[in-house]
Structures are given as structure tokens and as C-alpha cells.
Design a protein around this ligand. Structure first.
Ligand SMILES: Nc1ncnc2c1ncn2[C@@H]1O[C@H](COP(=O)(O)OP(=O)(O)OP(=O)(O)O)[C@@H](O)[C@H]1O
Ligand SMILES: [Mg+2]
Length: 455
């Protein structure tokens, strides 16, 4: 049976709708009175369609649509409003609503609209799951300032054929950035060939990159094309470029300069048409100083540099990443997705992911997803090492806008407000849920943000 969620701050209206929809459409219905509660239910329950009122106090219908989009929740939504607000409905559709109905319309028409929305929702879902099975889960999540600048930079350099160097700490998403460059650049109809320079034994690196002729060396019993040739006019992604042996560095430089590849043991040059993207988590300038990386190659690669921010520079992205990764992990493992309590998200957002950034967060979520027996992952399920290592950053001066400190403060404020709202602004209970020492620690934080219980 299809599940329909009705969101309306006027209970009588919502209950009447629920009753009619149950009777005429044979749906299972549930009712909530506000945007916050709606988002909660959507994160937790398999809802097939939402009937959403636009005018509500607090988080209104528009904001619900915005947040659903941010969190990647694609349950179809039908907005309903009183007569005469056509413009607002159009605006809602722009924000992702499937359609709109007038509160005065006969219930049969609304049932029809729900049926249409659900079947389109199913198509979209099937397409998405097919796509994610084919290409893995590859969207770059995050709406923080640093991620927005990164996305802009990607869009700027993607169409340019020059070499791009992607730098950033381990696990920050460099490979995702390379895929995005490919998607927006040469495009998905062309190949993306990835070579991990660090994973190959030294004597195979050159043959892997440039190919070899038959008989070029012992064991080369057949001609083999290299990654440059295989990439055609697509993208060649040289991952962990900092690990490339010096001899191969010299050959790579020559290929980039001549735009021609010569197979190992060969005497005929093949034109090179691929766009080259390289990535490293090493500080290449230091590697150059230390004589481990050729300076000329560094300059040749470093035409455009994209720096992927660490997770510490964008803590406000953590809640959205958590939701996205939990869903991706569940799909990957073939298990039912679980929701996560805001207190647990708060603990994750408070941790300093300096070891492995998003990869470390992903691994942690996978462990939590498997370890938790309930349908909702709770604060208790957060591993103790992550719960314990909260940073003490409680000095009173606010940071300048956009700095790590300001972003952290912003994230902290959001998390604390969400937790307070969830616990009806009961300070002691909220402090407990957030894992703070006592209620006075929470009061201190609230004072710092000028937070007080709404009248
Ligand atoms: N912005 C993001 N949105 C969604 N998933 C992300 C994001 N950044 C990283 N990930 C996920 O985190 C994991 C690590 O990302 P990736 O492999 O691209 O990191 P990397 O920078 O190449 O790391 P390394 O230097 O260790 O090779 C992957 O599972 C990736 O899907
Ligand atoms: Mg990588």
C-alpha cells in the first residue's frame, strides 16, 4: 500500500485530507504539523508521496523543498494551497515539487495527481539506481563556501584541454573531482582511464602508461596498448602522481610536451589526444625540493591547480555528507538504509577528521550502520574514539566570515538548535544527548550563540 504524508499546520485540514485519501485512494496516510517533523519522517520512513502545505510557521513548504533537495531526498511532493497563489506554486515547482493542487479540488483529482507523481518517482528512482550501479556513487556533496568555490573552479577548467593538477589531503575526494572534470569536459561518451602510479611495481609503470611492443622485454609476449592510447580523446587520470618513479617522470614529461606516445620497445609515435588530470596528496613542491619529483614536470602538470578542501575546512558539510554516505553505503551493501539521530550527527561533526577525511567518515558510518541494531543510528553507536576527541574551541571571539572558526561556529549553532528543538528546549536532556558534561556546559554554548528558548 502506498504511503502518503500530509504536512499542514492546520490539523483539521490535514486530518480531513488523510481521511479522504485513505477512503478514495486506499493509501496509508500519516500527518505532521510542520516542516521539521516532515523532514524527520522523510529521513526515516519509506514515504511514497508528500502533500505539502506551503504556508506554515517555522520551516515553511519552500524550505522543506529546499532541504529535501540538499539532503538528496527525492520523494515526490505535491504542494497544495488556497486559491489565488499560482505564482507561489510555480516557485514550488521550480524548487522540485512534482505539481500542485488547489485545496478546493475534488479528492479524485488529487488521487490521480498522487498516482502520477508516484509513478514518475519510481522511474526517477530506477534510473538513479541503475546509474549508480553503473558508475558507482559519484556526486560531490557539500554546499559550504569551500565546496562551492571548488565546484566553480571545476566548471571553469573542465572545458579547457590543458593539464589539471588536483591536490588535497588523503580521502578528500580528489578522485571524485577527476571524474567530475571528465564528465563536464571530454564527456561520458569518451573513456576515463585511471592509473595509480603508486600501486604499480616500478618496472611495469612505463608499460602501463605507454604500452609496449611485442618482445620489448622478457614477458612482453604481446603488443599492449598503454593508458595514454586507451584514454583516446577522453581523460587520463594519473592518481598518486607523487609516487611516480623518476625515470617514468622523464618519459611522462616528454609525452606531455610532444603530445605523442612511444610504446616501450617501439619506434613509432602515436598521437596523444587525451586530457591529462593528475592528483596527489603529497606536497609536490617539497618533493621537488627533496629531489624526488622533477621540477619541470611539476610545472608542466601544474597549469591549473584545484585544491580539494579538507573536511576540517568545511564542517557544515558533514550533516549532508552523512546522509548521502549512509544511503550510498546501504545501496552498496544491499541493506535497508537507516536514519541517524541528530545527536549522532553532532558527534560526527565535532570530530576532527584529519586522518582520512571523507573516507574516514565513510568507514566510520559503515561500521555504525552494521553495528547498530535499531532502525535509527544513535549517539551510542558512534565509536568512542570519535566521541571522545571533541576539540575544545570555546574561546569567545567569533572568527571572520568564511574562516574555519566561523564555519565551525555556524555548524555548532545549527547542531545545538536542532538538538534543543528535538528535546523541547530542555537544557539538561539536550546536554545529555549531545554528550556534554552537564547542563551548564550547554548553557555556555547557548550564551555564546545568543540562543534562548523561543517565547
Ligand atoms: N564531496 C564528497 N561527496 C561525496 N562523497 C565524497 C566526497 N568526497 C569524498 N567522498 C567519498 O570519500 C571517499 C574518498 O574519496 P576519494 O577516493 O575521491 O579521495 P582521494 O582524495 O582520492 O583520497 P586519496 O588521496 O587517499 O586517494 C570516496 O568513497 C568518495 O566517494
Ligand atoms: Mg584517490
Amino acid at each position: 500500500m502506498k504511503q502518503v504524508l500530509i504536512v499542514d499546520d492546520v490539523p483539521a485540514m490535514a486530518e480531513q485530507y488523510a481521511y479522504d485519501l485513505k477512503r478514495v485512494g486506499r493509501y496509508q496516510t500519516s500527518v505532521v504539523a510542520g516542516g521539521e517533523a516532515a523532514l524527520d519522517v522523510l529521513a526515516r520512513e519509506p514515504i511514497d508521496c508528500v502533500i505539502l502545505d506551503l504556508e506554515m510557521p517555522g520551516i515553511d513548504g519552500f524550505e522543506v523543498l529546499r532541504r529535501m533537495h540538499q539532503r538528496g531526498i527525492d520523494t515526490p511532493v505535491i504542494v497544495y494551497t488556497g486559491a489565488g497563489s499560482y505564482d507561489r506554486c510555480v516557485q514550488a515547482v521550480r524548487l522540485g515539487a512534482y505539481g500542485f493542487v488547489d485545496k478546493a479540488e475534488p479528492i479524485e483529482r488529487i488521487v490521480q495527481e498522487i498516482e502520477n507523481a508516484v509513478s514518475r518517482g519510481q522511474l526517477v528512482g530506477e534510473l538513479r539506481s541503475l546509474r549508480s550501479r553503473v558508475e558507482g556513487d559519484q556526486s560531490l556533496i557539500g554546499d559550504s563556501g569551500p565546496m562551492r568555490s571548488l565546484r566553480e573552479a571545476i566548471a571553469r577548467v573542465a572545458p579547457i584541454p590543458s593539464t589539471v593538477l588536483i591536490v588535497g589531503e588523503s580521502g578528500t575526494g580528489k578522485e571524485l573531482v577527476a571524474r567530475e572534470l571528465h564528465r563536464q569536459g571530454p564527456g561520458e561518451k569518451t573513456p576515463l582511464v585511471a592509473v595509480n602510479s603508486g600501486a604499480l611495481p616500478e618496472h611495469l609503470v612505463e608499460s602501463e602508461l605507454f604500452g609496449h611492443e611485442r618482445g620489448a622485454f622478457t614477458g612482453a609476449d604481446r603488443l599492449r596498448k598503454g593508458a595514454f592510447e586507451n584514454a583516446g580523446s577522453g581523460t587520463l587520470f594519473l592518481d598518486e602522481i607523487g609516487e611516480l618513479p623518476l625515470a617514468a617522470q622523464a618519459k611522462l614529461l616528454r609525452v606531455l610536451e610532444d603530445r605523442k606516445v612511444m610504446r616501450v620497445g617501439g619506434d613509432r609515435a602515436v598521437p596523444m589526444t587525451a586530457r591529462v588530470v593528475a592528483a596527489t596528496n603529497r606536497d609536490l613542491e617539497r618533493e621537488v625540493e627533496g629531489g624526488r619529483f622533477r621540477q619541470d614536470l611539476f610545472y608542466r602538470l601544474n597549469v591549473h591547480m584545484l585544491r580539494v578542501p579538507s573536511l576540517r575546512e568545511r564542517p557544515t558539510d558533514i550533516p549532508a555528507l552523512v546522509e548521502h554516505l549512509l544511503r550510498a553505503i546501504a545501496t552498496h551493501l544491499g541493506v535497508r538504509p537507516k536514519a541517524i539521530a541528530p545527536e549522532a550527527v553532532a558527534l560526527l561533526a565535532g570530530y576532527d577528521w584529519r586522518k582520512n577525511n571523507v573516507r574516514e567518515l565513510r568507514n566510520c558510518l559503515e561500521r555504525m550502520l552494521i553495528a547498530s541494531s535499531a532502525t535509527v543510528i544513535r549517539a551510542d553507536d558512534v565509536p568512542p574514539d570519535i566521541r571522545g576527541e571533541r576539540e575544545d574551541d570555546a574561546s569567545d571571539e567569533p572568527g571572520a566570515a568564511g574562516t574555519l572558526k566561523a564555519l565551525k561556529a555556524e555548524a555548532e549553532r545549527e547542531i545545538v538548535v536542532a538538538a534543543l528543538e528535538k528535546h523541547g528546549w530542555q537544557v539538561t536532556r539536550t546536554a545529555e544527548a549531545l554528550g556534554l558534561a552537564d547542563h551548564s556546559s550547554l548553557l555556555k554554548v547557548m550564551r555564546r550563540h545568543g540562543l534562548r528558548k523561543p517565547a
